[in-house]
Design a binder for this molecule. Structure first.
Ligand SMILES: NC(=O)c1ccc[n+]([C@@H]2O[C@H](COP(=O)([O-])OP(=O)(O)OC[C@H]3O[C@@H](n4cnc5c(N)ncnc54)[C@H](OP(=O)(O)O)[C@@H]3O)[C@@H](O)[C@H]2O)c1
Length: 397
């Protein structure tokens, strides 16, 4: 940094100088370092590369090595105006550039400070590089939710490491499996008997492995004491918020996809042991995956946030049946069954605890449904969730 360049008080001062007296009207000249550039260097106009070399912003060697420009003439002659000024050989430059590997548009991240920066910053301020060497661990990644999250991450060029019981049992356990990951997507299996301990162990493993960020897959209305598996998620959310890791919590409503097996049956029918007109905020699993991928890849603004995930508008099981009838072009029956009959029939094969927990969930659904607002999806993705009928059309159409 130069103060008063060319003037009587010209002096160089440190770039971080403090309390430097500057007179009114005095010029301050700041020369910054060169930037890394953006886009394909082989697509830069060779004339501009020649100009950069003349201006000493790019060296003669870099013009060829980085830009594939075969220079002619001499840099010294360009400065003195004698001899052959600097130029380039168009044919040789075209041949040189054609011999280089094609530019990967994936490398075109606007700010890509590299994996080291992203890891040190814990993603607090950096958009994650899309390079595949930045792994995200998805615990519970082999189930239907985990697969949807992994698919959405992969579609955005981020490599997802799906983890399950095999990784927990392997030498080094979860800590070893998490090493090198920039974030953990924490997903408990359905109806886990001790979800709080499961979450606490995963959070401890993340800390031990140096993973600085967690996205917790919870549920809408976690604090519902009448439903033990919801309440367990409220406790797990609390553990996440007190984990010392940077966190985001997602609270999806009941998945539309839960109904697909019944809708794909030879005689499609929705028979549920609760009020078929009770209102829900149903979530599309594809939207869940996309919201998850977005908050993982672009954490800025999402750290410390809790989002409900559901489609636009509330709907009942009866509405799901109507949507399916429209898509399939045939009648789809919909009826409430007796919870006792469910326990002795479809629920009979479940472990007693799970059956009891599900009966409590059906009772809650019967009385209150599970309404969820749809604005969370818009807040994250900038669009509403897919409407119910469109989800059904995509899945069954
Ligand atoms: N269904 C819904 O409508 C809904 C709505 C909102 C939230 N949720 C929540 O979403 C979460 C995920 O549901 P999901 O149906 O995708 O999960 P899931 O299929 O029940 O489980 C995911 C994976 O967890 C692993 N797993 C199973 N038992 C385990 C155990 N005892 N310990 C450790 N890992 C175990 C399995 O993978 P491995 O075989 O590889 O071990 C399984 O593929 C649940 O917490 C659920 O409450 C669901």
């Amino acid at each position: 940094m130069t103060v008063d360049p060319g003037g009587p008080n010209e002096r160089d001062v440190d770039a971080l100088a403090d309390a430097e007296p500057i007179k009114a009207g005095e010029v301050i000249r700041i020369r910054t370092t060169g930037g890394g550039g953006w886009g394909d260097p082989l697509a830069r106009d060779p004339e501009l590369v020649v100009r950069d070399v003349v201006w000493r912003k790019v060296s003669v060697e870099a013009a060829l090595r980085d830009y594939g420009v075969v220079l002619t003439g001499s840099l010294d002659d360009s400065s003195t105006g004698s001899g052959q000024a600097l130029g380039y050989d168009a044919d040789a430059t075209a041949a040189e550039r054609a011999s280089r590997p094609a530019w990967e548009s994936d490398d075109d991240a606007f700010f890509d400070r590299g994996p080291g920066y992203a890891q040190l910053a814990g993603e607090h301020s950096a958009r994650m590089s899309t390079s595949a060497d930045l792994s995200v661990a998805v615990l519970g990644g082999h189930g239907k939710t985990g697969q949807s999250v992994c698919r959405a991450l992969a579609a955005r060029g981020v490599s997802a490491r799906a983890l399950g019981r095999g990784d927990l049992a392997a030498p080094g356990g979860l800590t070893a499996a998490l090493r090198g990951c920039v974030a953990l997507y924490l997903l408990a299996p359905n109806m886990h008997p001790d979800e709080l301990s499961y979450a606490e162990e995963a959070l401890a493993a993340a800390r031990a492995a140096g993973v600085s960020r967690v996205v917790h897959h919870s549920v809408a209305s976690p604090f519902a004491p009448s439903m033990p598996h919801h309440l367990a998620k409220a406790h797990a959310e609390d553990a996440v918020r007190r984990s010392g890791l940077a966190w985001t919590v997602l609270q999806p409503g009941a998945y539309v996809q839960n109904f697909l097996p019944a809708l794909r049956a030879d005689v499609p029918e929705l028979a549920v042991p609760y009020d078929v007109h009770a209102l829900f905020g149903f979530a599309d699993l594809v939207d869940v995956g996309e919201v998850a991928a977005e908050v993982i890849i672009s954490p800025e603004g999402h750290l410390g946030a809790t989002y409900e995930i559901a489609g636009p508008g509330l709907a009942s099981v009866s509405d799901v049946a109507s949507a399916a009838a429209r898509v399939l072009g045939r009648e789809v029956a919909c009826r409430r069954t007796d919870p006792g009959g469910w326990a002795d029939g479809p629920g009979a094969g479940l472990p007693e605890r799970e059956r009891a927990w599900l009966l409590r969930m059906f009772d809650h659904y019967d009385r209150h449904g599970l309404p969820v607002g749809g604005r969370g999806v818009r807040a994250v993705l900038g669009r509403d969730g897919l409407p119910l009928v469109e989800v059904v059309r995509r899945e069954l159409g």
